[in-house]
Design a binder for this molecule. Structure first.
Ligand SMILES: O=C(O)CCC(=O)C(=O)O
Ligand SMILES: [Fe+2]
Length: 238
């Protein structure tokens, strides 16, 4: 079985237009259902076994809340098989590159390469933020019905000033796009210039794998990682 089923140039062009328009697009058709099931099962297993509860706010993102349980890249390498193998796949990099219309690369900062996040209590949310690198591919392993939250909200074409994030102002001035998701979906987001959050859940459980990819100019540029380092730090150490 091929791990990745590339899109035709026409489909990739449509998907790219969606990324330009709303910052993200569902690209589940790039992967067969057995592969998406395997990634989902591993994420659910690792979140259950290793997830660490977080309840944080960051000045760099206007004190938006992060209420969640998560699993680090190091833990996934140690105890996972499918997720690290997928991330290493050249076919995956090619598929993402063909959709976004530029080459993408494994994230130079290893801890940000792939992480698992679980929202599991009413009010849990991955609050408004930008990511440190250009693109994320997010695999949805568990997700409540959109009526119970857990959908993604996005504002593309926005820049992250870590000293003055100005999120309230952006929210006042912008149209907020909404991406409803179902179990088994995979979506792609332009994460460095899209302000985004996961709408708080009211019930149910939402578990995802986030795989991050860098743009060419991010490979040598110095990038700081304050929010990611704090959000996935080792309890008692970070
Ligand atoms: O949970 C999601 O769908 C998005 C997660 C996210 O934005 C992140 O991990 O940076
Ligand atoms: Fe993000």
């Amino acid at each position: 079985m091929d791990l990745v089923q590339p899109m035709s140039p026409y489909q990739a062009g449509l998907a790219r237009r969606e990324v330009d328009r709303q910052g993200c697009v569902v690209v589940s058709e790039l992967f067969g259902a057995p592969l998406r099931d395997a990634v989902a099962s591993e994420a659910v297993r690792l979140a259950g076994a290793l997830g660490v509860r977080r309840d944080l706010e960051f000045a760099e993102t206007g004190f938006s809340p992060r209420r969640m349980c998560n699993v680090t890249q190091g833990q996934i390498i140690e105890r996972g098989v499918v997720i690290p193998r997928m991330y290493e796949s050249a076919a995956l990099l090619d598929a993402v590159s063909s959709v976004v219309g530029e080459p993408v690369f494994p994230c130079p900062y290893q801890p940000e390469r792939f992480v698992i996040t679980r929202l599991e209590q009413p009010g849990d949310t991955h609050g408004w933020h930008w990511d440190d690198y250009g693109y994320a591919l997010v695999w949805v392993a568990e997700c409540p019905d959109p009526a119970d939250g857990g959908f993604v909200e996005s504002i593309p074409g926005t820049a992250w000033d870590k000293q003055r994030p100005g999120i309230e102002q952006i929210l006042r001035d912008s149209h907020v796009h909404r991406l409803n998701l179902s179990v088994g979906d995979v979506y792609l987001m332009r994460t460095d210039t899209t302000l985004h959050r996961v709408h708080p859940i009211e019930r149910g459980r939402r578990t995802i794998v986030n795989m991050a990819f860098a743009r060419h100019d991010e490979l040598c540029r110095s990038v700081t990682h304050e929010t990611m380092d704090a959000l996935w730090s080792t309890p008692g150490i970070g």
